[in-house]
Design a protein around this ligand. Structure first.
Ligand code: NAP
Ligand code: MG
Length: 482
């Protein structure tokens, strides 16, 4: 097929941003109020596409962390522990409803602050964030049915630390189950994408939650470390890199703190010769180019059965030509901005490594804005297990392609990696799917689809991808004791 036939020109379709209210400066949300940081320090959060400064946010130091944990402790003992489960559920339900009502503003701010396409923040991040609150609101007064013949008890104060790739959604994954099970919270968003978490603080204030039940503080890694090391924290929930996860696990060793770690990934997306090839190509594109590849469960390693490799690769290249890289606020955009300069540098260094390793590189011919941090969708063809681009997490729109002949070979290769978060399987045969779901060492295995999420379904990793589950009934367990 002639790829040029796909090169349609689209008129810009930017989402309005005048309705998105971003304050010039944000304080820390502690004890139900926005409070000046004891550190007296602020830092800027910028847009990775326009490079404009969006706001200044407070940098919490150890004293600020102490104040937030204290507020959470008092709220736990004074109100939250004593409240009936049904009342707790009502508050969580209210948060979900307000997120829905403000979804347009939240989506625009998410795309401005983090660079993801508006289509994605509007259709994926924000509705899912509301869904997780709705789902866990329902569990609040049904915990005894979730764990029959047991008496689930809350833990106390949960310290929660989240990354920059799905800011509001990760906040929802953390806060909703903690509140449903009767815990209070101190949450820290990543330094580069704090704005929707601060908007969530406004929502929580508006929902009239008792003061201190949820505290949202901003800062850098040191703020996260102070939360982890705080003596009066009962539970730590962390989503982020494997390196920081290891530091946290060491810090918590020997204490009574309960810990869940959701870490990196390097998922295998496996296409058999009996797969519906066009659907699989869509799934491959969705698996790795969705959110610029800033996805822990991204299908970043493609395995294609040898006899269909040529067809799959050629169709994939054609499809890549139609992808639009550009302004995150434009509704036509498929691939938005890379989240930060640091991340773009990291991706570029891997593009260099892949070339040095002798791999064939293929990038689409799209235009890329001259301002901001952008990366063209990229393939590394003819990759093998020993390549660094295959073994290490790149966290960008970069796909390595390997071929295989037998099912045993692909299982071996897919599992031969330090990570085990997710995988995808494309085949017409149900028996092959069942065979692979039992043998792939990955927390989630998608069959004939990719990157599908649902609050009722647990998510989490094996090996260096961490431990503990978020979502579903399983997602209640890290926040309770019996
Ligand atoms: P990161 O550098 O590990 O940061 C994650 C969070 O931890 C941020 O809020 C960060 O604060 C904070 N932090 C940094 N150093 C810390 C320390 N010593 N103690 C406590 N907290 C600390 O990860 P990232 O670069 O933001 O996110 C990308 C990574 O997250 C990828 O590896 C990806 O695979 C993983 N991820 C995993 C999942 C999952 O569910 N498994 C989901 C999404 C992302 P600052 O931002 O202020 O430094
Ligand atoms: Mg930002």
């Amino acid at each position: 097929m002639n790829t040029e036939s796909f090169n349609w020109e689209y008129a810009p379709a930017p989402e309005a941003k005048d309705h998105a209210k971003i304050k010039k400066q944000y304080d820390l949300f502690i004890n139900g109020k926005f409070t000046k940081p004891l550190s007296k320090k602020y830092f800027a959060t910028t847009s990775p596409s326009s490079l404009e400064k969006l706001a200044e946010v407070a940098e919490a130091n150890e004293n600020d962390v102490n104040a937030a944990v204290k507020a959470a402790r008092v709220a736990y003992e004074k109100y939250w522990k004593k409240l009936t489960a049904k009342e707790r559920g009502k508050y969580i339900f209210r948060i979900a409803r307000i997120i829905q009502e403000r979804s347009r503003e939240l989506a625009v701010i998410e795309s401005m602050d983090g660079g993801k396409p508006i289509r994605e923040s509007r259709d994926f991040d924000i509705p899912n964030a509301a869904n997780y609150f709705f789902y866990y609101a329902g569990w609040a007064d049904k915990l005894e049915y979730a764990f029959p013949n047991k008496t689930p008890k809350s833990l106390g104060v949960a310290a929660q630390i989240i990354p920059w790739n799905f800011p509001l959604l990760m906040a929802a994954w953390k806060i909703a189950p903690a509140l449903a099970t009767g815990n209070t919270v101190v949450l820290k968003p990543a330094e580069g994408t704090p704005l929707t978490a601060l908007k969530l603080a406004e929502i929580i204030q508006y929902a009239d939650l008792p003061p201190g039940v949820v505290n949202i503080i901003t800062g850098f890694g040191a703020t996260g470390a102070a939360m982890v090391n705080h003596k009066d924290v009962n539970k730590i929930a962390f989503t982020g890199s494997t390196d920081v996860g290891k530091i946290i696990q060491k810090a918590v060793a020997g204490s009574n703190k309960k810990l869940t770690l959701e870490l990196g990934g390097k998922a295998a997306n496996i296409v058999f010769d009996d797969a519906p090839i066009n659907q699989a190509v869509e799934g491959i594109v969705n698996g790795i180019f969705f959110n610029q590849g800033h996805v822990c469960c991204a299908g970043s390693r493609l395995f294609v059965q040898e006899n269909v490799a040529e067809e799959v690769i050629s169709k994939l290249k054609e499809r890549m030509e139609t992808l639009i890289v550009g302004d995150p606020l434009d509704k036509n955009t498929d691939i938005g901005a890379i989240n930060s300069k640091e991340q773009l540098d990291k991706i570029n260094s891997y593009l260099h490594i892949g070339k040095e390793e002798g791999l064939e590189i293929h990038q689409s011919n799209c235009n890329v804005p001259s301002k901001g941090y952008f990366c063209k969708p990229t393939l590394f063809i003819g990759a093998s297990q020993s390549n660094r681009v295959v073994q290490e997490e790149i966290f960008g729109p970069v796909l390595t392609i390997q071929t295989f002949r037998t099912i045993e070979e692909v299982i071996e290769k897919a599992n031969n990696i330090p990570y085990g978060l997710s995988a995808g399987v494309w085949t017409d045969k149900g028996s092959k799917i069942f065979n692979l779901t039992t043998k792939l060492r990955a927390g989630v295995v998608w069959a004939n689809t990719y990157n599908k999420f649902d609050p009722t379904s647990p998510f989490g990793g094996y090996k260096e991808s961490g431990f503990g589950r978020e979502g579903g009934l399983h997602g209640l367990l890290p926040y309770i004791t019996f």
